[in-house]
Design a protein. Structure first.
Length: 185
């Protein structure tokens, strides 16, 4: 007689493969460009888990930014290593992640790639005046508009070899999503 107990759930390789069709993705760009908005939409569209990179900053980093002090490479090192570990865990578990993270410099993106060599990037870029206006309109974020200049100074646009999808933020997030999905394949 068959058991009335449900069979244990087994994650098959086929399911892992289907879940990881797009792999891990980082939505990157300067503060205020829409990383979180685009990232949440993208995660929902592809069935991935969204991670807000800002929530992994140590309290000291948040205090510095609130005070209008730009972060340096040393300030970001532990934060980036932690995010790379999240990406590695997502890759290894078969649970794809969409991470919102500034990833301003190539060396920062390289640290993230240590967590997942197949990592893809969506690079949100746009006019500084437009992004500054959006920063003024948002509430409850620790990053002041005064740090936007330092973000643009630090920004190294992804190279052709970095598997990045460039997206102009003059378009709303909902309009960017179809293009991103098409580029991801």
């Amino acid at each position: 007689m068959p058991s009335s107990r449900p069979a244990p759930a087994i994650l098959s390789l086929a399911n892992v493969s289907a879940n990881m069709k797009y792999g891990n993705i980082v939505v990157m760009g300067v503060a205020g460009c829409g990383k979180s908005s685009v990232g949440r939409l993208l995660a929902e569209a592809i069935g991935a888990r969204f991670i807000e990179g800002d929530s992994f900053h140590p309290p000291e980093n948040i205090q510095r930014m609130r005070a209008g002090i730009p972060l340096g490479d040393d300030d970001r090192a532990g934060w980036l290593a932690n995010l790379a570990a999240q990406l590695r865990q997502g890759r290894d578990s078969g649970e794809p992640l969409v991470l919102a993270c500034s990833a301003l410099k190539r060396r920062y993106r390289d640290v993230l790639r240590d967590g997942d060599p197949g990592l893809r990037f969506v690079h949100l870029y746009g006019d500084k005046a437009l992004i500054a206006e959006r920063m003024r309109e948002r509430s409850g974020h620790f990053m002041p508009e005064s740090l936007l200049d330092s973000q643009f100074r630090d920004l190294e646009a992804p190279g052709a070899d970095e598997s990045a999808i460039p997206c102009d933020v003059s378009l709303p997030p909902e309009a960017l999503l179809p293009r991103i999905l098409a580029e991801l394949g």
